[in-house]
Design a protein around this ligand. Structure first.
Ligand SMILES: Nc1ncnc2c1ncn2[C@@H]1O[C@H](COP(=O)(O)OP(=O)(O)OP(=O)(O)O)[C@@H](O)[C@H]1O
Ligand SMILES: [Mg+2]
Length: 238
């Protein structure tokens, strides 16, 4: 079986007195695409932030490549390959597309390789290439999502965490984003995908987890989950 890249054990995260994540266990193995689904406020983003060192966690543990990440900062973890595309994208609006992509590779020193990776991102997203010198803040939501994903890829992630990449996008743009997620996965990058679009997310995934009110309530093979009447009733609008 493939190596476990991420192991989350009894994770607990609180905002002040409010516990948003109440003891969550799951894992992500090398080469997998794992989808985390669940309704608004379930604790998905909070979990992703804890995994990437953006938010401290009080209880439990998170291991990346067999080592605890407790107390380590987000920038430090990016350098080891734990890279998140946050909800709402978080591109640098007053910088150009190219500058945003360069920042994605800030941890790397290999100039020639960085240039090659920018070309690779431009091949994946021709739209970004056409607009290389445009300010990121003037791009559409879908274009900003492409840029955010491109910037994350510039860090050469071992695990790419995507928080609702399809949010607020038109159907065509949603198709494009899911297509790119699949491409990235096919290239061998391990992906943890948080999505409201449960059906699309499970169609793409190897395994899935359902999160509700700070807990994992269901998990399993993604195809099995897709045909599970309970999942279908609760998350696939049936
Ligand atoms: N900065 C914060 N301060 C206080 N409470 C917060 C904060 N961020 C999130 N919460 C609360 O924690 C809970 C989990 O939020 P979280 O953003 O993780 O949910 P989510 O599953 O990502 O939801 P969505 O699908 O709407 O993005 C919610 O009840 C939310 O109100
Ligand atoms: Mg969220």
């Amino acid at each position: 079986m493939a190596q476990t890249l991420l192991k989350i054990s009894d994770l607990k995260v609180a905002y002040g007195g409010i516990q948003a994540v109440k003891g969550v266990d799951f894992e992500v193995r090398e080469g997998e695409l794992v989808s985390l689904i669940g309704s608004n406020g379930a604790g998905k983003t909070t979990t992703m932030k804890a995994i990437t060192g953006t938010l401290p966690f009080l209880g439990g543990n998170i291991e990346f490549l067999g080592k605890s990440i407790k107390g380590r900062g987000a920038w430090d973890l990016v350098g080891e390959g734990l890279v998140m595309v946050p909800e709402g994208r978080g591109v640098f609006t007053r910088m150009t597309i190219t500058e945003n992509l360069q920042i994605g590779a800030y941890i790397r020193k290999d100039k020639a390789e960085i240039a090659r990776d920018i070309d690779r991102v431009f091949t994946t997203f021709p739209r970004l290439k056409e607009r290389a010198n445009q300010l990121a803040g003037t791009m559409s939501g879908g274009e900003q999502q492409m840029l955010a994903m491109g910037r994350a890829l510039m860090a050469r992630p071992k695990v790419l965490l995507l928080d609702e990449p399809s949010m607020g996008l038109s159907p065509i743009m949603v198709d494009k984003i899911f297509e790119v997620v699949k491409q990235v996965y096919d290239q061998g990058v391990t992906v943890l995908l948080v999505e409201q679009n449960a059906s699309r997310a499970l169609q793409l995934a190897d395994r899935g987890y359902v999160m509700e009110s700070g807990l994992i309530t269901m998990s399993g093979d993604a195809k099995v989950m897709l045909s599970d009447p309970k999942v279908r009733a609760a998350y696939l609008g049936e």
